[in-house]
Ligand binder design. Sequence first.
Ligand code: ADP
Length: 271
Amino acid sequence: MAGELGLVTDFFPTARLSDMLCPAFDSCRRSRLEAYSVSTLSPALHPGIAIRAVDLAKSYSSATAPVHALRGVTLEVKRGGRVALLGKSGSGKSTLLNLLGGLDHATSGSLHVGGHDLDGHSRRELSRFRSASVGMIFQAFHLIPSRTALENAELPMIFAGRPPGERRALAKQALESVGLGARLHHRPTEMSGGENQRVAVARALVNRPEVVLADEPTGNLDSDTASEVMGLILDHVDRYNATLVLVTHDEELARTCTDRVIRLKDGRLVS
Ligand code: ADP
């Protein structure tokens, strides 16, 4: 059990994540935002709404002045929606992704994700929410180097409290579904970048999350492998009517893989 707790700690790091997240809009974005202004939002989250942020703000304290990373973000994403989040480095993408994934608390505003009101939850409750409802995929994979593909893919199920036999079978199934049936007992150093990202995708999707948060998931891959990995993510999104938030710098990827592009600038949604 001590080993399992170690895995969980590694999987839910307390340090901030590198870039991740996002939503996107089409040309109607501004009018949609206006349509979802605070005054028109109903207090209870409609089941067809996967993400609702209202006037979300996040500030970090620093030795000099506070850093206002998000300055009043209001957005809504329907269940099954695919959103790309674009913006320059420092615009607040990671901060927003961390809030959506329950990795951090907002300074003010309200946030619902996958039917959960994330305001005022303890760290433990947020961890439970993450393991049940959210799948996170990072550019740098964030696999545990000393663990096999199978053990890495099991992680979210350990936290969810599934029995060992069941989680092993589901992890195996998830790895087979991303084409890694022959790599179950390989460690990350014994696999290619594309294979490592497939393990990360299997791990993120093994609990069939309602919301998938992907931070430049193809940023370290060649173009063929990138297409395959994006295909696996989109397959899951389609099959389970999951909601995708994709952080990317690639305008074409955003256009082809999502139905909305949202841009962040200085902590605010623009255009
Ligand atoms: P992006 O992901 O778009 O590059 P971030 O969300 O990482 O942007 O950062 C937004 C702003 O918040 C930046 O000015 C960054 O320096 C600052 N920031 C992010 N995390 C922290 C933190 N833990 N402490 C202090 N400032 C932070």
